[in-house]
Design a protein around this ligand. Structure first.
Ligand SMILES: N[C@@H](CCC(=O)N[C@@H](CS)C(=O)NCC(=O)O)C(=O)O
Length: 311
């Protein structure tokens, strides 16, 4: 069925957890394709055109890259129980960027500064390829105490907000994107380095109870699927037709233009194709004649770079 939401992820992925939590808050059924935490991911990258990061979501021959794009797509396809209830639309998306960039980076430093020596060589080599930089264990160990301070400063904002929000959630009575996003580095430390989580949050009772509430909200209802089955779904479907969007672009990007898209931070592989449609928050790229037929690959605009023939 075209409508089935297929999530490509792996259980220890914190960005994947944001999406799993969105399925939980919306009480959705979904298909779960688990990938290894290092390359190769052949079927998946054949569908994305080279985008390698996790998570990716698929609905038929529509492929959604980056958790930002995925969360937006889930909310559009399943608007019941919105991720951004009235009053939260803009701020929750901005908060997600804070969580994914500054708070998450501090979290990575805390975890790998502590466990780096035990990380398999294949993982280190894979992440060096992803970032284009050496995986410098000594520098990570040296920075870890300072990054713990940063982690705590960031977490304290959540504790303070929960004290003053007037409800059990960050924005008050209703859970949503703000909770899912802000909890990502909390979940990551709690599951990746539990003793540090216990120590760094010992004076944050509101945050701990809130994280427990998010765990209780669950992940919706996943059913396993293989990568080969998911590939077959893409191959036997056509992308959804483009909606007729008014042109609100700063640059004259038009349907049919040949472009390439890449992340602006890491995993900067260029994905090329023809514009299906573009908006200030999304660019949808048609890729034809691929091993899985014609697919449409969707990217967010914030955090991505779109190269056009006219600059
Ligand atoms: N901005 C991306 C970041 C995704 C990301 O960094 N994902 C990690 C896993 S949680 C990843 O892809 N790591 C390398 C890999 O698994 O290939 C998003 O929001 O989806």
């Amino acid at each position: 069925m075209t409508g089935e939401l297929i999530l490509h992820h792996y259980p220890s992925s914190p960005f994947g957890e944001m999406v799993r939590r969105a399925f939980g808050l919306k009480n959705l059924a979904w298909r779960s394709v688990e990938h290894p935490n290092v390359l190769p991911r052949r079927e998946l990258m054949a569908m994305t055109g080279g985008y390698r990061r996790i998570p990716v979501m698929q609905a038929g021959a529509d492929i959604y890259c980056d958790s930002q794009m995925i969360l937006r797509a889930i909310d559009t396809l399943h608007p019941e129980i919105p991720l951004t209830p009235p009053g939260q639309e803009g701020v929750a998306w901005a908060l997600r960027v804070w969580a994914e960039r500054s708070f998450f980076q501090a979290c990575v430093g805390v975890i790998f500064g502590a466990i780096g020596q035990h990380v398999p060589k294949a993982f280190i080599e894979d992440r060096e390829q992803l970032s284009g930089r050496p995986f410098d264990l000594k520098a990570m160990e040296a920075a870890a105490p300072m990054l713990q301070d940063q982690w705590r400063a960031n977490a304290m904002w959540i504790e303070d907000q929960l004290r003053s929000s007037g409800g059990p959630w960050l924005m008050g009575d209703r859970p949503g994107l703000a909770d899912i996003a802000a909890s990502m580095p909390i979940w990551f430390l709690k599951n990746g380095l539990n003793p540090a989580f216990e120590r760094l949050t010992s004076d944050m009772p509101k945050l701990r109870a809130w994280e427990d509430r998010l765990v209780a909200a669950g992940h919706g209802t996943p059913t396993p699927m293989s990568a080969a089955e998911a590939f077959e779904v893409a191959r036997t479907h056509e992308p959804r037709p483009a909606d007729d969007y008014p042109s609100t672009e700063a640059r004259p990007i038009a349907a049919g233009d040949r472009i390439s898209v890449m992340a602006d931070d890491y995993g900067r592989d260029k994905i090329s194709g023809h514009v299906h449609y573009s908006t200030p928050q999304e660019i949808a790229v048609i890729r034809s004649d691929t091993p899985c037929g014609t697919v449409c690959v969707h990217f967010p605009r914030a955090g991505f770079l779109v190269e056009t023939p006219f600059g």
